[in-house]
Design a protein around this ligand. Structure first.
Ligand code: G1P
Ligand code: ZN
Length: 541
C-alpha cells in the first residue's frame, strides 16, 4: 500500500476557536475538502505517528465515507491504532468514554450535532483530546493555523475496510479495531445508576417514552432502557438511526420534538418522556403535563444527585455556562458547593472536571453531564432522572414543585432570531457593547439596570482567558438578560436572547408572562425588532 501526497483544498471559513468544522455536507464532499481539514488536525496536534485514536460518528449521511477517508489518512501518517464503533458509529458521549477508557491520544467525531443530516443538510468533524473532551482553544487555534499553512495531505491508496464486523484488521501498518459502539457505554451507566431500583419502577407500571429522533441514541436507548432495564418494547420511539434522521431536525426541544412534547400534555401521556439529539449529547426531559427546562433539570439533578450510587458521596462542585439560569447556583449555595459560570461551550468545563473541582455541569441548550465523561450526555441525564424518580417515587411535576418550594423558581427562556443578516447582528451587539459602561443605574422598559458587562472568563485551573462571550445585564429585581451571537449556525447569524427572573415564592405557571418585563427591557436596550425587521423570535425554548 502506497502513501500518496495530494495538494489540499482551502478550508473556507473555519472559525478559529470553534471545536470543529461544521458545514453543508456537499462542502465536505468536495474533492480534498474533508482531507484538508483532517490533515490540518493531524498537523495541528503534532502528527499522529504512533498514536491511538478513536473514530466514530452519529451515522448521518457521509459518515460512512468520511470514516474510510480518515482511516486511510491516519494510516498514511503513521497512527498505530484507530478504534471505531461498528459501522463507524459512536454517540458523542460514547466516543468520549472510549477515548478515556482506552487511554487513546484523542478522537475524531463525525457529527453536526442537532443539525439536520443528508446531502443537502449538514456535516461536521470534531477533534477531542485525550481527556475525552472537545479540543480547548489552544488546540483549535493550532489546527486553524495548520489549516492556513497546509499545502498537501497524505493518504493511502487502499480499498475500504469492512467496519461491520467486530475485531481487528490492518490498514497498512495501522490496526483498525472495530468495537460494539454500545456495550462499554451501557456498562459505564450501570456503574453510576441503580439499575435494580429503576427496573423495579418500570416493572410496576411506570411508563416511559424515549424519542431517539432517528438519530444515534436509538441503539443505545433500546439496549439500556428496553433490554437492560426492561421498559416495554416500543418505549423507545424513532429508534432506527437514519442518514437523514427521517428528514427531521434531531434537536430535542419543544419545537423540534413537538410530537413528544404535545403527547405529554394529552390524555394517556406516559409518566416520563425524554429525547436526545443527532449525536446523543443533548436531552430534553418531560413529565406528565410538565416540561422541565434544561436549567431547572440541571438544578434538580444537582439537588438530588446523592440518590444515585455514582454520586452518593456528594458533589465536589457544579458549573453552568454563563447564559444558563442561576437555578443551579441556588442549590450550590444552599449546599455549600463551589459554582462556576463558564463561557458557552462544553470545552470550558473540561479543566474544571479534570481538576476535580466540579462533578456536574450543564448548559441551557439541553446539555447536562458529569465527570463520568468529558462531553454532555443525553442518555446519562435520562437515567439520572429515572434513578431519582424511582428512589423518590414522586412524579416529575411533584419533584419540580418541591424543588421550587425549597429554592424558589428561576423563570427562564431563550429567544432565538435565526438567519438574520450578519452585519445587522454584529452591529446590534457592538452598539450594545459600546453602551455598557453607561447602563448601570439607568431604567430599561421599567426595570432598573444594576450591572452590564461583556462576559469574560479566566479559567481558574489553567489561567486561559476568553473574552467577549456575551452581553450580560443584571437588573435590580434579580432579573437578568444575556445577548450573544451563536457560534454554531451555518446560515447568516443567529441572535440568542436569554431571559431570567426569580421568585422566592413562585406564582402561576406562565414562563413568558413572568419574563415579559425582562423582554421589554431587552427590546428597549437593543431594539431587536426595529433593527432586524422581525416581529419576534423564530424559536422560543
Ligand atoms: C450552541 C449552544 C451551546 C452549545 C453548542 C454546542 O452554541 O448554545 O450551549 O455548547 O451549541 O452544542 P451556539 O450556537 O449558541 O454558539
Ligand atoms: Zn449534539
Amino acid at each position: 500500500m502506497q502513501a500518496i501526497s495530494t495538494p489540499t483544498t482551502p478550508i473556507a471559513g473555519q472559525k478559529p476557536g470553534t471545536s470543529g468544522l461544521r458545514k453543508k455536507t456537499r462542502v465536505f464532499m468536495q474533492p480534498g475538502y474533508l482531507e484538508s481539514f483532517v490533515q490540518a488536525i493531524w498537523n495541528g496536534i503534532g502528527g499522529v505517528q504512533g498514536k491511538v485514536l478513536v473514530l466514530g460518528g452519529d451515522g448521518r449521511y457521509f459518515n460512512d465515507r468520511a470514516a474510510q477517508v480518515i482511516l486511510r489518512m491516519a494510516a498514511a501518517s503513521g497512527a498505530a491504532r484507530v478504534i471505531t464503533g461498528a459501522g463507524a458509529i459512536l454517540s458523542t458521549p460514547a466516543a468520549s468514554n472510549l477515548i478515556r477508557q482506552r487511554g487513546a491520544d484523542g478522537g475524531i467525531i463525525l457529527s453536526a450535532s442537532h443539525n439536520p443530516g443528508g446531502p443537502d443538510a449538514d456535516f461536521g468533524v470534531k477533534y477531542n483530546i485525550a481527556n475525552g473532551g472537545p479540543a480547548p482553544e489552544a488546540v483549535t487555534a493550532a489546527i486553524h493555523a495548520a489549516s492556513e499553512a497546509l499545502d498537501h495531505y497524505l493518504t493511502l491508496e487502499a480499498p475500504d475496510i469492512d467496519l461491520s464486523h467486530l475485531g481487528e484488521t490492518r490498514l497498512g501498518d495501522m490496526v483498525v479495531e472495530v468495537v460494539d459502539p454500545v456495550a462499554d457505554y451501557a456498562d459505564l451507566m450501570e456503574t453510576l445508576f441503580d439499575f435494580k431500583v429503576m427496573r423495579a419502577l418500570l416493572q410496576n407500571g411506570f411508563q416511559l417514552r424515549f424519542d431517539a429522533m432517528h438519530a444515534v441514541t436509538g441503539p443505545y436507548a433500546v439496549e439500556i432502557l428496553e433490554r437492560r432495564l426492561g421498559a416495554a418494547p416500543g418505549s423507545v420511539i424513532n429508534a432506527r438511526p437514519l442518514p437523514d434522521f427521517g428528514q427531521g431536525h434531531p434537536d430535542p426541544n419543544p419545537v423540534w420534538a413537538k410530537p413528544l412534547y404535545d403527547a405529554m400534555f394529552a390524555p394517556g401521556a406516559p409518566d416520563f418522556a425524554a429525547a436526545s439529539d443527532g449525536d446523543g449529547d443533548r436531552n430534553m426531559v418531560m413529565g406528565r403535563g410538565i416540561y422541565v427546562t434544561p436549567s431547572d433539570s440541571l438544578a434538580l439533578l444537582a439537588a438530588q444527585a446523592h440518590l444515585c450510587p455514582g454520586y452518593a458521596g456528594g458533589l465536589k462542585g457544579v458549573a453552568r455556562s454563563m447564559p444558563t439560569s442561576r437555578a443551579v447556583d441556588r442549590v450550590a449555595q444552599s449546599r455549600g458547593w463551589p459554582c462556576y459560570a463558564t463561557p458557552t461551550g462544553w470545552k470550558f468545563f473540561g479543566t474544571l472536571l479534570d481538576a476535580g473541582r466540579v462533578t456536574l455541569c450543564g448548559e441551557e441548550s439541553f446539555g447536562t453531564g458529569s465527570d463520568h465523561v468529558r462531553e454532555k450526555d443525553g442518555l446519562w441525564a435520562v437515567l439520572m432522572w429515572l434513578n431519582i424518580l424511582a428512589v423518590t417515587g414522586k412524579p416529575v411535576a411533584q419533584l419540580m414543585a418541591d424543588h421550587w418550594a425549597e429554592f424558589g423558581r428561576t423563570w427562564y427562556s431563550r429567544h432565538d432570531y435565526e438567519g438574520i443578516d450578519a452585519a445587522t447582528a454584529e452591529a446590534l451587539i457592538s452598539d450594545l457593547r459600546a453602551a455598557l459602561p453607561g447602563l448601570p443605574g439607568q431604567q430599561a422598559g421599567g426595570l432598573r439596570i444594576e450591572s452590564a458587562e461583556d462576559f469574560a472568563y479566566t479559567d481558574p485551573v489553567d489561567g486561559s482567558r476568553a473574552e467577549r462571550q456575551g452581553i450580560q445585564i443584571g437588573f435590580a429585581g434579580g432579573e437578568r438578560a444575556v445577548l450573544r451571537l451563536s457560534g454554531t449556525g451555518t446560515e447568516g447569524a443567529t441572535l440568542r436572547v436569554y431571559l431570567e427572573a426569580y421568585e422566592r415564592v413562585p406564582r402561576g405557571d406562565d414562563t413568558q408572562a413572568a419574563l415579559a418585563p425582562v423582554l421589554a427591557a431587552v427590546e428597549a436596550l437593543a431594539g431587536i425588532r426595529a433593527r432586524t425587521g422581525r416581529a419576534g423570535p423564530d424559536v422560543v425554548t
